[in-house]
Structures are given as structure tokens and as C-alpha cells.
Design a protein around this ligand. Structure first.
Ligand SMILES: [Zn+2]
Ligand SMILES: [Zn+2]
Length: 401
């Protein structure tokens, strides 16, 4: 399907317009009112019958003349609660920012929708287009699964693309990280500490929860350095620590919040248990009541071996060997990322593949990272992304009928 790339390039004006509209109107969580309406409008214009299957979650389906399997293409649409600091002319006007590039995914998937329409007759089976909300909170994919996106017809394979700022390869390079777990599983925790407040001048009459919080914070850092196999890896980050209001008052309570990232389920369970045990143990030592809440579990994205191999071949044939990179073949190991992706919820149900795409922009000698208020992404990659989405779907279906 070499012509797909040329066709995608001819859509460039639309791709830019879609990306910029979504960027300017950045919305977060499942509150994607403008974005969803815009995406549904565009899909209808192309001849689709999109359905909002859950709040701000849109499904559009296209089937060819011949029967076959079903592949799902996913693009997430949510932004982050960050105030944008770029000087783009289409800078966000909402106080939220597309600092993770999901505006690209939305535009690229719309582009793929158009390309698939152009080639409707050649599709051997069904393609489901999943326009997803709330990826950043790791909750949207689950909502769409619960709304039935993987059924009727049943999805046999699913693929997503994520653009990245700061990848050490030329912009537009499509990166296959390897097979197996390629994103980390994520668990959030909150540690509530209850002491007994009082006068700062008389700590002996109080039970100081801040002291306990400080010891817990330091002790959690030891899990990684002292208890995890050096060949394995895990992250325990405390991202928030709160308690107290002023100098001379010992507060009643304090809390810590953080996240755990792991790549295998044994380590995941071990760290979760240690976070609880250590926190409670230190609470006991310093006479505070401690309870730990674990929340928002998200599984790793698992790249299916066969799907990864086939999609890499289709992409290399489409773009040429320079622009399609098999990291596992080049470096001899799977390139995992410690970030999480709620596409992992699909991995538990069907064969999945996450593909990365380099899209860095250097400005004044700096490449800002993902989630930074000044991050920029390279719009030149939009046609490539649209073509890779559509090409993977058509080729995979035609080769697996
Ligand atoms: Zn993100
Ligand atoms: Zn993202």
C-alpha cells in the first residue's frame, strides 16, 4: 500500500487544521466536549457513523467488502492541566495543554479514517477507530472497554501510536520497542498519617505526624536500593507530601501521595506490600496511626510478538528502512519505558502493539520533554502517522484473513 503515504501527504492541510483545532481547544479527563463534537463532525463528513459509547469516548467502524478479522486503532484525545507557555499561534485557550501530543494522535487517527474510506473496498474485515478520553488519568481505555469497544465484532488485534519529544532519532522515525511488557504497570498510593497535634514548643505532649511522614518518605526510597533485584527494576516516587500550616503548631495529620511503576507482576505485588508494611511499621514506631490506600491500577502494555513483527514489516515497506526502526534488533533488548499507558488494559484482552514516533522540535537549543509547558512537537510527522495507522490495519487484515 505504498500509495497510502502519498495520499496521507495530500491530506496535510486537513491534518494540520485538525491538530491545531484540538490543540487550541485542549480539554482534559472525560470532559472533551468540543474535541468529541469536532471529531464526530469530521467523521460524519467522511461518511462514518461515529458513536459516543461512553463520555467523550468515540467509536467509528469501517468494514470492507470481504469478511475477515477486526483490528482496532487507538488515538487518545485528552490534554493535561498545564498552562501552555509556547508562542504557537494556535496556543491553547483553555488553560489546559496538549503537552503529551494527544492532539497529534487525534489528527493522525482522523487522517487514517479518511485513508481507510478511500480504500474501503480493499479492507478484508473490519477496522475500529477508538478515539479515547482520559488517558492521562489512566482511566479512559477501561471506560471504553466496559462500554463494549472490544466486542461486536470482537477485536483480534489493537495498535496505537504515541509521538515523543526527545527521542534520539530523526523526527518521523517510527520506533518499534520490541515485544513483551514495554510500558510500566502503575499503581498510585496515598499514605494517611494521624498523630496528635499541639503546641510546637511542647512536642512531648503531641504525636508529630510530620516526623513520621519524613521517615516514611526516606524509608520508601530504600525499597529500590536494598530490596529489588539489580537485574529487575521498579520506581517508587513520592510526588506529594502535605501536613501542617505554620511554625508553632504540630498538626494532627499529614499525608504522602506517590506512584509505583514496575514491569513484572511479582515485583509489582512485592513493592505494593512493602509500601504498606514500611509505612505502617514506621507509624507504629512513632505512635501514629497509618493507613495506606492503593488506587488506579494500570497494567503494562504488552507488545504481541507476531503483531509487532508483522506491523514492523508493513511499516518498513511503507516508509523505507531508514524511517522504521526495530529497537530490539538494533540494541539486542526491548526498549521499555517507565511511564504507563492505559492501552495496557487492552493488552489483557487482545493482541496489542504500541508504536513510538519521534517528533522532537528544538527551540533555542532546547528540546523540552513531554508534559512540559513549553514542549513542541513536529507537525511534519502527521502524514506519516496517519499512513502508518491505516497501512497497518489494511495490511494486517489482508494478511490474516
Ligand atoms: Zn502523557
Ligand atoms: Zn500520552
Amino acid at each position: 500500500m505504498k500509495e497510502l503515504l502519498e495520499e496521507a501527504k495530500s491530506l496535510n492541510r486537513n491534518l494540520l487544521e485538525w491538530r491545531r483545532f484540538v490543540h487550541k481547544n485542549a480539554e482534559i479527563h472525560t470532559e472533551l466536549l468540543l474535541t468529541t463534537a469536532f471529531v464526530m463532525g469530521q467523521l460524519k463528513e467522511m461518511g462514518y457513523k461515529p458513536v459516543e459509547i461512553c463520555k467523550s469516548g468515540v467509536l467509528a467502524t469501517i468494514s470492507g467488502k470481504k469478511p475477515g478479522k477486526t483490528i482496532l486503532l487507538r488515538g487518545d484525545m485528552d490534554a493535561l492541566p498545564i498552562t501552555e507557555e509556547t508562542d504557537l499561534e494556535f496556543k491553547s485557550e483553555t488553560g489546559n495543554m496538549h503537552a503529551c501530543g494527544h492532539d497529534f494522535h487525534t489528527s493522525m487517527l482522523l487522517g487514517a479514517a479518511r485513508l481507510l474510506k478511500n480504500h474501503e473496498d480493499e479492507i478484508e474485515g473490519t477496522v475500529k477507530l477508538m478515539f479515547q478520553p482520559a488517558e492521562e488519568t489512566l482511566t479512559g481505555a477501561k471506560l471504553m472497554i466496559e462500554a463494549g469497544i472490544l466486542e461486536n465484532p470482537k477485536v483480534d488485534a489493537a495498535m496505537m501510536i504515541h509521538v515523543f519529544s526527545g527521542m534520539p532519532m530523526p523526527s518521523g522515525t517510527v520506533v518499534f520497542a520490541g515485544s513483551g511488557a514495554i510500558s510500566a504497570a502503575s499503581d498510585w498510593f496515598r499514605i494517611n498519617i494521624k498523630g496528635k497535634g499541639g503546641h510546637g514548643a511542647m512536642p512531648n505532649t503531641t504525636i508529630d505526624p510530620l516526623n513520621t511522614a519524613a521517615h516514611i518518605h526516606i524509608a520508601l526510597g530504600e525499597i529500590n536500593s536494598r530490596e529489588i533485584d539489580p537485574n529487575d527494576t521498579g520506581v517508587v516516587t513520592v510526588g506529594a507530601m502535605h501536613g501542617g500550616v505554620t511554625s508553632n503548631i504540630i498538626p494532627d495529620t499529614a499525608y504522602l501521595q506517590g506512584t509505583i511503576r514496575t514491569f513484572n507482576s511479582e515485583t509489582r505485588e512485592f513493592i505494593k506490600k512493602r509500601v504498606v508494611d514500611i509505612s505502617k511499621g514506621i507509624g507504629k514506631t512513632f505512635r501514629c496511626e497509618v493507613n495506606v490506600i492503593l488506587a488506579k491500577p494500570c497494567d503494562s502494555v504488552l507488545n504481541d510478538k507476531e503483531l509487532t513483527r508483522s506491523a514492523f514489516k508493513y511499516t518498513r515497506d511503507l516508509l523505507g528502512p531508514e524511517q522504521a526502526l526495530d529497537m530490539e534488533a538494533v540494541t539486542g533488548k526491548v526498549q521499555r519505558m517507565s511511564a504507563s499507558e492505559d492501552f495496557g488494559f487492552l493488552s489483557a484482552k487482545t493482541a496489542t502493539l504500541m508504536v513510538g514516533m519521534a517528533a522532537s522540535v528544538e527551540k533555542d537549543g532546547v528540546i523540552y520533554p513531554q508534559h512540559h509547558p513549553r514542549v513542541l512537537f513536529d507537525e511534519k510527522v502527521l502524514p506519516t502517522g496517519a499512513a502508518v495507522y491505516a497501512n497497518t490495519a489494511i495490511e494486517w487484515l489482508n494478511n490474516h484473513s
